[in-house]
Ligand binder design. Structure first.
Ligand SMILES: C[S@@+](CC[C@H](N)C(=O)[O-])C[C@H]1O[C@@H](n2cnc3c(N)ncnc32)[C@H](O)[C@@H]1O
Length: 220
């Protein structure tokens, strides 16, 4: 997976993205925005906002900044904001999530939906999310991780060599992700139909902060 392959994949997906990945993954987006418990005036960063399917779910009194590397995906997000009359809710920017242009400690909460298995370097992504999130702020992620169901898991492993063309890694494991990122997970729970995806809520453990052990993940 490299950034060029990702841009190409999502240039192809942009037009059909909402039909293929909209409704089916919307319960996960809704669950995570509810879990974020946003308060009036909070500054939220949505890393990799895509076509902006989550944007109408935020309360109107927060300020959201949404970034993505794909202009065609962001164009759909712009159309959505205008169509729903919520332009003032969010500011959209073309930016690499692994090299963000924001200053340290810029946001109260940072969220990434369905992206951990897409970016070239998930460790780097989470480091950047930590950096731009205020100390004591919160980091939220929702993603599909490699299934523990033996049949589905085998299919995902078989698809792994096609990651470059698919635009995501189907065999991306939650344990490896938590290991690689050192995320200080406070809550991990399944979301979406058949518990297909997993939501992770974490404290912003900036370097040097004492880690709280992650709760055991219950396979579903
Ligand atoms: C599966 S989509 C998820 C979009 C959205 N979060 C959602 O809930 O539908 C993955 C998105 O990641 C973006 N992306 C992948 N790597 C990126 C990076 N390094 N920086 C910014 N965007 C990236 C792609 O352009 C695409 O829009």
């Amino acid at each position: 997976m490299d950034i060029l392959a990702i841009e190409q994949a999502y240039r192809r997906y942009a037009r059909v993205y909402d039909v293929c990945f909209g409704a089916v993954f919307q319960p996960g987006r809704r669950a995570i925005v509810e879990r974020m418990g946003c308060s009036a005036g909070e500054r939220i960063l949505e890393v990799v906002v895509g076509t902006g399917l989550s944007l109408p779910l935020y309360p109107q009194d927060v300020r959201v900044v949404g970034i993505d590397i794909s202009r065609p995906m962001l164009e759909h997000a712009r159309v959505r904001l205008a169509r729903d009359g919520i332009d003032s809710l969010a500011q959209l920017m073309v930016m690499d999530a692994e090299n963000m242009a924001f200053a340290d400690d810029s946001f109260d909460k940072v969220v990434a939906m369905y992206v951990a298995s897409v970016v070239p370097d998930p460790g780097r992504l989470v480091d950047e999310m930590r950096r731009v999130c205020k100390p004591g702020g919160q980091i939220f992620m929702v993603n599909h991780f490699h299934s523990r169901n033996p049949i589905l898991g085998s299919v995902e492993s078989l698809l792994a060599p096609l990651s470059r063309h698919l635009g995501f890694r189907p065999d991306f494991s939650l344990d490896r992700f938590l290991d690689q990122t050192g995320l200080d997970a406070l809550n991990i729970c399944p979301v979406n139909l058949f518990d297909f995806s997993t939501m992770v809520e974490a404290r912003n453990n900036k370097r040097g902060a004492a880690a709280i052990p992650a709760p055991a993940f219950t396979p579903t």
